[in-house]
Design a protein around this ligand. Structure first.
Ligand SMILES: [Zn+2]
Length: 317
């Protein structure tokens, strides 16, 4: 286990009450005594020992996902599996290796877990979505601006430990690309698929300034915030979206609905415009209790870039 210099100093300060200056001068002296044969951290370790400071007690801290900062060692964490990625192989110089990854979430956020250890990679096959994982002794890194938790040969993964539960997962802001068949409730997902059914749009009166629904009072329309306004007709559009693994009912509000209908008003025209259209849609999944199915509230649609799709398919092979 590797402890940073700062961590050691703080530990010594906490348990002895000595000042930082005192401790550092002891460390300097130790370095001189040992003629700089050891590192500063090494000297700090020795001083801690001499002062009877236990460095490793409670150092395996259990953290929540939003407490993870890059550069931490010995991180313990409990989370629920949101998504599991395929194991990739890579070639580096003469060495071939494998890398596994999955997305783990808890009440405070979600984080990508990267697994390097060969034995633990084999364990991935036993992990399913929604499993709870207890991970011990991982280390955190920063990759392309995102925090990751890495699992090496000293780490441990326990699948579904007893008496541990996680209720609400809070997703950090990125949507996960998923197939419809594997979608769960309360996820922020991105799906590539085709519009297979479209229902006649419904319109409601909304405030032209803030887009909120307005209330009719006699001959006036009133927005709570902007008082009397001339309302605009805002559409809600329901579609069924299919990606070959399943289909999902998706609801689009104003901007997204308008974007998809491209200003068509007549239902026949809208159908012609929308049916069979291939799209990438992003949104939040919710459970419709009445129909016992998962639906999607869309907050973004875009037309897929064919070159990107081909590149992704090649990546998956
Ligand atoms: Zn308003």
């Amino acid at each position: 286990m590797i402890l940073g210099y700062e961590t050691i100093i703080n530990k010594i300060v906490d348990s002895t009450g000595l000042s930082r200056q005192d401790i550092e001068s002891k460390i300097e002296k130790k370095l001189k005594d040992l003629q700089d044969l050891i590192s500063r951290e090494g000297a700090a370790h020795i001083i801690a020992n001499e002062l009877n400071v236990k460095l490793f007690d409670n150092i395996n801290r259990s953290l929540k996902i939003n407490q993870i900062q890059p550069g931490l060692n010995s991180v313990n964490i409990l989370g629920k599996v949101i998504n599991i990625n395929e194991i990739r192989t890579f070639q580096k110089e003469n060495r071939q290796g494998r890398i596994g990854s999955l997305l783990l979430g808890d009440e405070t956020g979600s984080i990508r877990i990267v697994i390097w250890d060969e034995k633990l990679i084999d364990l991935i096959k036993e992990i399913k979505q929604q499993d709870i994982l207890k991970i011990n002794n991982a280390y955190s890194k920063q990759n392309n601006g995102f925090k990751e938790l890495h699992i090496g040969s000293k780490s441990q993964i326990i699948i579904n430990p007893e008496n541990e539960t996680i209720n609400n997962i809070k997703l950090s802001n990125s949507a996960i690309r998923k197939q419809i068949a594997e979608i769960l409730e309360n996820e922020f997902v991105e799906i590539l698929g085709t519009v297979v059914q479209v229902f006649e749009p419904k319109y409601y009166n909304s405030c032209p300034v803030c887009n909120k629904k307005v209330v009719q009072e006699d001959n006036y329309f009133v927005c709570q915030e902007h008082k009397t306004v001339i309302p605009k007709q805002t559409p809600i559009l329901n579609i069924f979206f299919d990606d070959g693994t399943g289909n999902i009912r998706a609801v689009l509000f104003r901007d997204q609905a308008e974007k998809l209908m491209s200003e068509k008003k007549n239902f026949e025209e809208i159908k012609k415009e929308v049916l069979g259209k291939q799209l990438i849609i992003k949104g939040k999944t919710t459970k419709n209790e009445m129909f016992n199915r998962i639906e999607l509230t869309v907050n973004n649609i875009e037309e897929p870039d064919p070159e990107k799709i081909i590149a992704e398919m090649q990546n998956d092979v």
